[in-house]
Every structure is written in C-alpha cells, then in structure tokens.
Design a protein around this ligand. Structure first.
Ligand code: SAH
Length: 374
C-alpha cells in the first residue's frame, strides 16, 4: 500500500536552540564504522565501543581494556560524550518509581521516569524539550517547544535507567529495562528521525543496540496521520498509542488542537491501518476529565467508532485518570462515572483498562512533566 506523504507544516520544525554533540547512539553500525575511521582508527573499533556502551553500559575509558590506551580517550570524547546531566531526582513507591530531571548540553531540560512493577520495568522517556501540540490539560503543552531531543539523548535516558537497575539501586534486586514508552515530554512523531533512530538503537540486538523487544516499545502520538503511516512502513513493530481523549471533533478540537488538521475519523483510521499492517494491537489513550469527556454517551460513541473497524482485537482503550497540573481547570472523573464509562465500552466488546497513576506524588505521572528547574 502506498500513502501520500504530505509535508508537515512548519510548526513541527523545532527551533534549533543548540545542536547536541554527536554520540555513538545517533549512528547506525555503518555510521559508527565511518566515524571511527574518520578518527584514524580501524573500523572494528566501532563494535568494541558499542559493546562497552550498549552491553556494559559504560562510557568510562579506563575500563575499555580491549582498546589501545592512546585511542580510548579520543574515541570516548568523540563518540561517547556525556549528553545528560542530572539536575534533580525524586522517588516514590518505596523507590520503585523514580523521576529524573536532566539538563542537556545546551541547557534545555527534559525528564524521564523509571517504573518498576513485578516482572517488568518501564522507562518513560522524553522526545522533545517542551512540546508544540498545546493540549490544554497537559503540563508539557503549556510552555511550547524548546527543541527536539536527539536519538542519543533519548537512548541515554534509557541507558541511565539500565545502569541504575544493573547496580541494584531499585528495590527488587538487579534488573533490566523491559519496556520503553515515549510518553514523557514531547510529541514523538514530530521528531520522527530521532525517535526512529532511538527505537532502532533500543531494539537492535546487542552489541549494536540494547536488544529490547519491539513489542515492549510504545510510541504515543496526538495523531500525526502521515507519520503514523510512515511508522507502519518501517518494519519495527512497536506498539502505537493514539491519544484520542474525545470521540467527536467538536470536543477533540479543543482538547487536542492538532485535531483541526487531522480529525477523529482520519486519525482513528490511521491507527486501524497501523494495527492491520503491523498486527500490533493499538492503544487508544483517553484521559478522563470530569464533566468534559466522561459522559455515558461519549463512551457509547467511542465504542461504536472503534467497533466500526471490526472486532478482531485491533484495539484496546486505556483510560488515564486525569493528573492534576498547575492552573488546570479540569479534574479527574468521578469514580462512578469512570466505572460506567468502562462498563459501556466493555459491553460493546472493546477491551478497556484504567491506567495506574504511578509517579503522581512526584509530578511524574502522565501529563505532569514540565521540567521546571526549581
Ligand atoms: N505527545 C504524545 C505523548 C505525550 S504524554 C501524546 O500526546 O500521545 C502521554 C499521554 O499522557 C498522552 O496520552 C497524553 O494525552 C496524556 N496526558 C497529558 N496530560 C495529561 C494529564 N494531565 N493527565 C493524564 N494524562 C495526560
């Protein structure tokens, strides 16, 4: 199937605030070999370096004993620079939820969150410093976009989590990252190249990448339709989440302003096509806002809309209790309304779950990442 690829409007081009330093994790294996050769080293050193970074999770030249000592510092400073400096960290759930505020080389700030559950560890990463999508209920959306995050800056957020887990610093003993969700700051599909590069680094088998399963990686989008089609073409079967929040255009125009460009019908159609082509079940995200989008009739409308594409298990609905953000005029739904909303969807045969609110106490839950340096 071919899709028209309309160029995205200029609003999606992030201002070039500062170009982050080049890093091994920005490059694919061929690019790494070329970069190493440019530094006057044999190409096979690229793989040695990748082993240190993706397998040993190290960028310390002292431990790279398989590299000639003269080459170590040069290779590390050229290809494994420190991209993220921790500014602040917060913990909750007895240490099994940890949020970190990072400063990037040019001063821009992002946040990442590690969540350990029995049997899995999820890293929630930021793909942009700020966000241009301006959803009024989301803290990140309020400050506009500072800049895109590079592929390596995304990977570094995951590698940091992997290091903390490997050192046994998260309760539950030494562990590994199993899932990565692009649900931190930013609209991942508005930073397509970097996000796809990061996805490849995360899913490439070691030592070329971290070797995570693609099904453990979730890319969440406001619904940039051409980019959703493009993602389906890439052959990396990541899970797609569509932030719908309303089944009707009148309300969604307000809650997710990009709806005026790609409406409910177009974006749900693109989500269905993603599921049909990747055979990956799509997740519909729906933040429950009291008296705004949580009415029984909207549950029915949502259920009918999703069912109109068939009942072969292409979709499930993930309700997110609205997390409070400063100055927001919206609050979470009444539990009885939420339960009725779920019941109606399930009665129509739409699998529906309610997301937990991990990290809420440390402003680390969905929609709360604002990265203010206070
Ligand atoms: N730009 C991407 C990723 C953003 S965050 C996207 O919109 O999908 C991931 C999810 O958190 C999105 O579904 C987003 O709509 C939701 N979210 C944003 N603010 C929220 C809030 N205050 N409470 C609950 N969920 C929120």
């Amino acid at each position: 199937m071919a899709y028209a690829r309309a160029p995205l409007p200029l609003v999606f081009d992030a201002p070039r605030r500062g170009k982050p330093p080049l890093h091994l994790a920005d490059l694919d294996p061929a690019g790494r070999r070329a970069a190493v050769e440019e530094l006057g080293e044999p190409a096979f050193r690229a793989r040695q370096l990748a082993h240190h970074y993706f397998v040993r999770l190290s960028n310390d030249p002292a431990g790279m004993t398989d590299l000639p000592s003269a080459a170590r510092d040069r290779l590390v400073s050229a290809l494994l620079p420190q991209l993220l400096t921790p500014v602040r960290a917060a913990q909750t759930d007895k240490g099994s939820t940890r949020k970190t505020l990072w400063r990037m080389a040019d001063g821009a700030l992002i946040e990442s969150v590690l969540m350990r559950y029995p049997g899995r560890v999820t890293m929630c990463v930021s793909s942009q410093a700020g966000c241009a999508m301006a959803c009024p209920f989301c803290a990140t959306g309020q400050g506009g976009l500072q800049r895109n995050v590079s592929a390596a800056e995304i990977v570094e957020q995951v590698v940091d989590g992997a290091r903390v887990l490997a050192r046994g610093e998260v309760p539950g003993g030494p562990g590994r990252v199993s899932n990565v969700v692009f649900m931190g700051m930013g609209e991942p599909l508005a930073n397509y190249r970097s996000v796809l590069g990061a996805v490849r680094r995360l899913t490439d088998p070691a030592p070329d990448g971290l070797g995570l399963s693609a099904r453990g990686v979730t890319v969440s989008t406001v619904g940039l339709v051409p980019r959703m089609h493009q993602l389906a073409d890439e052959g990396v079967p990541v899970t797609l989440a569509l932030s719908l929040h309303a089944p009707d255009d009148e309300l969604r125009d307000e809650l997710v302003p990009v709806n005026t460009r790609w409406n409910v019908a177009e974006t749900v159609e693109a989500a269905w096509q993603y599921a049909a082509r990747t055979r990956r079940r799509v997740s519909i995200e729906y933040a429950m806002m009291r008296g705004v989008n949580d009415q029984a009739w909207r549950s029915d409308l949502l259920g009918d809309l999703l069912r109109s594409y068939g009942d072969w298990g292409w979709v499930h609905v993930n309700l997110i209790p609205l997390n409070p953000t400063p100055g927001s005029r919206w609050t979470a739904s009444d539990p009885a309304d939420e339960a009725e909303f779920v019941r109606r969807l399930q009665a129509k045969g739409v699998p529906t779950t309610v997301r937990d609110t991990r990290g809420r106490e440390i402003d680390g839950a969905c929609g709360q990442l604002a990265a203010c340096d206070k």
